[in-house]
Ligand binder design. Structure first.
Ligand code: CMC
Length: 469
């Protein structure tokens, strides 16, 4: 039961089944070089709008397949690690042994973020939404990483506004404008010159920052999970890879090889997905020549919503609310009557079964059996029943099938992860897609600036305040 080869076999079987089922689906002609300006039909929510060209990944929504840099997602899940996949997304090729060793060393170094953790522990992390804590933590990482900040810190003697500066005297009784506000600003004389700032900004968009973010977002996520459980963060394990370390730093237990392998596949599955909302958010921020830490912070903020990454947590709550397979019929009837969206189903691009769900479903089945837990068996049976009802009614008719978020929560639960950490784990993976897409876009950057069509009133006579009803 603990041989990771079992997991590889499950992925291969899921891939074979998927390929068999989509064999006769036509290939949509949506790839190829663009000549700008390009014409396209745009729907609400920018549906159909073309934002840029990319060589990073391709979502084929008709066939239900996903490609990273030309490689089929199923093959990458079965054969590669998340580290290899991150390198592939960022650099365009699978790494050689040397390149992989170098990347692993960078990630190992960057997993240590003690100063960021010290800062974050000054905040009430247990009372914050984990994604809010993660977004904040990413910004704190930025503070330490970018040369730009190091330069400006140098001017102020390296001091940080930190939790351990509670000892600063604060004004308790305001004594007029001059004294009531505590001034943290640096003096002009200490500011670095603009040319150095520009060089440093370029550095903050560099590959080193990408590695730092990939490693650090995982360490932060693990630390947030522990702090929320009233436990102190723990240091990464030097012998474990990225997925193993994520589990280890969260739970404090060295994961079984099977668990490590499953987490690794989950990270690969979520690493990139076309011009999704969080990727686009990250790219919009980068296009202003802000830096990549702020871009990733924007990605985290966008991912949090229940229509995007937040759906994985919502699914578990739905399944628990339904309670058992017997409860599905009535719950589903009510949901349809209320026109509610069923979490974990549907997708803007896929009108076929999401290939990521094709892998996660069987992995959930395997892990639930392995756990021997009755509550998990019931949860999975409820999920299966809900899937069969939604697909039989909305599958053919509307192209609504389970998406990546439907089974991932069951998988994470079996790995001992609490529901409120599901969406941060999505971010741990997607950070490699965000950073790869930002780097690619910046090579031929143009600030994003779509239009809105004004449909409001015109020519309204101004009313002074006293005359307004
Ligand atoms: N349950 C019931 N009906 C649905 C669902 C759903 N989950 N998703 C779409 N529909 C229906 C929708 O009501 C509409 O029907 P009609 O044409 O009769 O008005 C039709 O399908 C098209 O829906 P839409 O809202 O226009 O689709 P969209 O492309 O704007 O939204 C979506 C895509 C993912 C936001 C949506 O399917 C949804 O809200 N799903 C539930 C949340 C979810 O699982 N999100 C995770 C998405 S995958 C991972 C990720 O990106 O993070």
């Amino acid at each position: 039961m603990n041989n990771p080869q079992i997991i590889t076999d499950i992925v291969r079987q899921a891939a074979a089944k998927a390929r068999q089922e989509v064999m006769n689906e036509p290939e949509p002609a949506l790839t190829g070089k663009l000549e700008w300006p390009v014409s396209c039909t745009v729907g609400p929510g920018l549906e159909g709008a073309i934002a840029c060209e990319t060589k990073i990944g391709y979502v084929n929504g008709t066939r239900g397949s996903l490609i990273y840099r030309g490689y089929d997602l199923f093959d990458l899940c079965a054969e590669a690690t998340f580290e290899e996949v991150s390198f592939l997304l960022l650099h365009g090729n699978l790494p050689t042994r040397n390149e992989l060793d170098t990347l692993s060393r960078h990630l190992q170094d960057y997993r240590f973020i003690p100063r960021t953790l010290r800062l974050i522990m000054g905040f009430p992390v247990q009372d914050m939404i984990p994604m809010a804590a993660l977004r904040m933590g990413t910004n704190l990482m930025r503070q330490f990483q970018t040369e730009r900040d190091q330069m400006s810190m140098a001017g102020s003697g390296g001091r940080q506004i930190a939790s351990d500066e509670d000892s600063h005297s604060m004004e308790t009784v305001p004594r007029g404008d001059q004294k009531a506000v505590f001034e943290f600003q640096e003096r002009d004389a200490n500011r670095p010159d603009p040319a150095r700032i520009e060089r440093a900004q370029a550095e903050a968009h560099g590959i080193g920052s990408c590695y730092h973010l990939i490693a650090g977002v995982a360490s932060l996520t693990a630390a947030i999970a522990r702090l929320r459980g009233g436990r102190l963060p723990i240091e990464p394990h030097p012998e474990l890879g990225h997925a193993g370390n994520l589990l280890y730093m969260m739970t404090g237990k060295r994961p079984e090889p099977v668990e490590e392998r499953v987490m690794d596949i989950c990270l690969t599955l979520h690493a990139d997905h076309g011009m999704n909302a969080s990727t686009f958010a990250a790219m919009v921020v980068a296009s202003t020549l802000s830096d990549i830490y702020f871009s990733v912070g924007a990605g985290i903020a966008a991912l949090n919503g229940p229509l995007h990454g937040g759906a994985n947590e919502a699914v578990i709550h739905t399944l628990r609310e339904i309670g058992s397979p017997d409860g599905v019929a009535e719950w589903y009837r009510n949901a349809r009557a209320n026109k509610s969206k069923i979490m974990g189903f549907g997708h803007r691009v896929y009108k076929a079964y999401d290939p990521r769900a094709r892998v996660l479903g069987p992995l959930a089945e395997y892990l639930v059996e392995r756990s021997g837990r009755e509550d998990m068996r019931r949860l999975l049976a409820t999920a299966k029943e809900l899937e069969s009802r939604v697909v039989s009614e909305l599958g053919e008719k509307k192209g609504i099938f389970p998406n990546v978020d439907f089974y991932s929560g069951i998988v994470y639960s079996c790995l001992g992860i609490a529901p409120d950490m599901f969406t941060p784990i999505f971010a741990v993976s997607r950070v490699s897609g965000w950073t790869a897409r930002v780097l690619e876009y910046l090579k031929a950057n143009r600030i994003f600036r779509p239009r809105a069509i004004y449909v409001g009133a015109l020519d309204r006579p101004f009313q002074p305040l006293a005359e307004r009803g």
